[in-house]
Design a protein around this ligand. Structure first.
Ligand SMILES: Nc1ncnc2c1ncn2[C@@H]1O[C@H](COP(=O)(O)OP(=O)(O)OP(=O)(O)O)[C@@H](O)[C@H]1O
Length: 635
């Protein structure tokens, strides 16, 4: 009797065990937490309080529609009995017209109720989505890095859609079905208490099978959503890192991981379908048997003269009318379970630590300083140990070392992306961990190989960071299409050698770029990022192999753009190629999480240590000791 909603339909399947092992997909290691039942209840309570008036209106309309719907059978019963007992054509006309009027009223009220329910659902969904995105944007960057984007993306898209479906469809349908059932049962009770008794026979069966089904289905749906997040994570990882996947020949490996993740989803789908193949038929039995019983009792009672034809007709129609709401109630309750699992995932981000508002600090200059710094990505293993380093304003420092030595981690600590687990990293005497993000970004910015082009105009892409950093000239530029601010934007584009490209866009600064609009090559994306930096004007830059993924022509173009950007700023360059390191003021050599040598090119060569060996190997071979890529050490 049940029609399963699209999202729960799946091929019939053999039973799977409830103890399906936790998915070992890419997101499994750093998965976001789930909200518990109390948090879901609190969210629901807040929703009911905030939307009390709309909820009351919606349920009021549903109730009015139902009452109108229930009057119909009563009228029809009267009509049948009147005709049987003999009545005037005039009375039949009046009854028939009233019947039609009631049907129309019922249809209009039901439509209004559904519209209200949909509006309510959309409002809640919009608020939940906004809250989610705001919360995620407010997460410390290290948290986002730790969990990976797959799980986050899946919660913001897949799970939000599931919740949307639940609120928009399941909640009103369940409410409508529940109210219909209560009213219909009350109508049967009022019409004939004897006939109503038969219906109660189904309650124990329904309660028992639901008691068996619910916890199993809840677990399975939670597992399903987490496994779907794993599929998304592998897909996202493969598309974002397409260049690396291709360069390292990781295609078959990624395809294998994707296949394994999809297999886990299919297995869990089979499990949920198997659970449904037990629950639905047992509920069918629990509803059909009492209905048949009621009709049997009705027939016998009519024969014995205990109920009249009007009551019997009305009860037959009422019992028939129970079928659809019962069907809806069961089917959409199952859908609601998925919505509940999705809500637990969406609300789970609330459990992550919040970025507390920090008051701006008064800085004493712009020197960067690391004192006794240690850092580990997880407990038990430090990847940086005992780092003491002072970088004077305007200094050009190059960081070199073998792969895995900790260079990028050091860069992230300097830029305040991660915070030291031991010791302190400070700028102008203020701990970077305590600086508000906008102040921190005016001091130091990390530039990596990956640069994002936002969907929007070239102007938006340029002024974003400037606005965030409070650079008023650029912010004005965002509002006004021309004027001095535009001159600043063009100047920045010119400095990073992008002005010709920008002029080639049909609408110049107002041209749409990014996905779906004018394509932006990786080197242009990198130059655009540099222009953004020029406009936001930080005191220090940490360049982590900013040109490593570009081909040699693009790399040279970006390096020329970089040269203009780094003039007059403190620059920490993390490099693999040593071709321009000798221009740096100092070079830091890292090994196994420590700075083992620090000094100028000449000093370190004279010392004859690790750097001298690296340099000999570099200048002898004329190629990078490992990997490709370069970042200029000095202008
Ligand atoms: N997000 C992370 N989670 C856990 N460990 C990490 C993470 N990032 C880096 N590591 C580990 O920290 C250590 C230092 O890595 P880091 O990337 O800082 O080295 P690196 O010198 O920059 O290497 P490369 O030159 O290859 O980029 C390595 O052992 C690495 O595996």
């Amino acid at each position: 009797m049940t029609t399963t909603p699209a999202s729960t339909r799946a091929p019939a399947a053999a039973p799977d065990t409830a103890a399906d092992p936790a998915p070992a997909g890419p997101a499994a290691a750093g998965r976001l937490p789930l909200a518990d039942r109390a948090e879901v209840r609190a969210w629901t309570g807040a929703f009911v309080r905030t939307e009390a008036r709309r909820l009351a209106l919606t349920f009021g309309l549903f109730a009015a529609a139902l009452v109108a719907g229930l009057i119909g059978p009563r009228l029809l019963g009267h009509l049948v009995e009147s005709i049987k007992n003999g009545t005037t054509a005039g009375r039949v006309d009046v009854l028939a017209l009233t019947f039609v009027a009631i049907l129309v009223a019922h249809a209009l009220l039901a439509r209004a109720a559904r519209t209200q329910a949909t509006l309510l659902g959309e409002r809640v969904l919009a608020r939940t989505r906004e809250g989610f995105v705001r919360r995620v944007l407010g997460l410390p960057l290290s948290e986002v890095e730790a969990v990976g984007t797959g799980d986050l993306l899946s919660r913001a898209t897949n799970d939000a859609d599931r919740l949307n479906e639940s609120i928009r469809q399941a909640v009103p349908r369940i409410a409508l079905a529940a109210v219909t059932l209560v009213f219909t049962f009350a109508a049967i009770l009022l019409t004939s208490p004897l006939l109503a008794l038969g219906l109660l026979a189904g309650v124990p069966f329904a309660a028992l099978s639901t008691w068996w089904y619910r916890p199993r289905a809840t677990r399975a749906y939670e597992r399903l959503l987490a496994q779907e997040a794993d599929v998304l994570a592998v897909t996202h990882e493969s598309t974002r890192g397409a260049a690396t996947v291709e360069a390292l020949g990781l295609g078959p490996r990624q395809a294998g991981r994707h296949g394994a993740a999809v297999d886990r989803v299919v297995r869990t789908r089979q499990r949920t379908t198997w659970l449904q193949t037990i629950w639905f038929p047992s509920l069918d039995l629990a509803t059909m048997v009492p209905m048949a019983l009621t009709l049997l009792i009705g027939g016998l009672a009519y024969q014995r003269g205990e109920v009249g034809l009007a009551e019997l007709t009305a009860v037959v129609l009422y019992v028939q009318a129970l079928g659809e709401p019962l069907n809806d109630l069961l089917t959409w309750t199952d859908e609601l379970q998925i919505g509940n699992a999705a809500l637990r995932r969406i609300l789970g981000v609330e459990r992550l630590p919040k970025e507390e508002p920090r008051p701006p600090a008064v800085l004493d200059g712009h020197a960067l300083r690391l004192e006794g710094v240690g850092f580990g990505y997880g407990p038990g293993r430090e990847v940086l140990t005992g780092i003491d380093l002072s970088i004077a304003p305007g200094e050009k420092l190059v960081v070199v070392g073998a792969s895995g030595a900790g260079k990028s981690t050091l860069g992230k600590l300097l830029a305040g992306v991660h915070h030291a687990t031991r010791g302190t990293v400070s700028i102008g005497g203020a701990d970077v961990a305590r600086l508000p993000v906008d102040q921190l970004r005016r001091e130091v910015v990390l530039v990596t190989q990956e640069q994002h082009v936002f969907s929007g105009t070239l102007r938006d892409n340029l002024t974003l960071a400037a606005r965030e950093a409070g650079a008023d000239g650029a912010a004005e530029g965002a509002a006004a299409p021309s004027g001095p601010a535009d001159a600043r934007l063009w100047e920045a584009l010119d400095t990073v050698l992008l002005a010709d490209w920008a002029r080639s866009l049909p609408d110049g600064l107002d041209g749409e770029i990014g996905p779906g609009a004018a394509p932006v090559s990786p080197s242009h994306a990198q130059q655009l990022a540099l222009a953004r930096l020029l406009l936001s004007d930080p005191h220090a830059l940490v360049l982590d192999e900013a040109t490593a993924l570009l081909d040699s022509t693009a790399s040279r173009r970006v390096e020329r753009s970089l040269a203009a950007l780094i003039a007059g700023r403190t620059v920490i360059s993390i490099v693999h190629r040593l071709d321009s390191v000798h221009d740096a003021d100092r070079i830091a050599v890292m090994e196994a999480g420590r700075i083992v040598e620090l000094g100028s090119h000449t000093e370190l060569l004279a010392a004859g240590g690790a750097y001298a060996a690296l340099w000999r190997s570099w200048s002898g071979a004329g190629t990078a000791p490992h990997g490709e890529g370069a970042s200029p050490a000095a202008p």
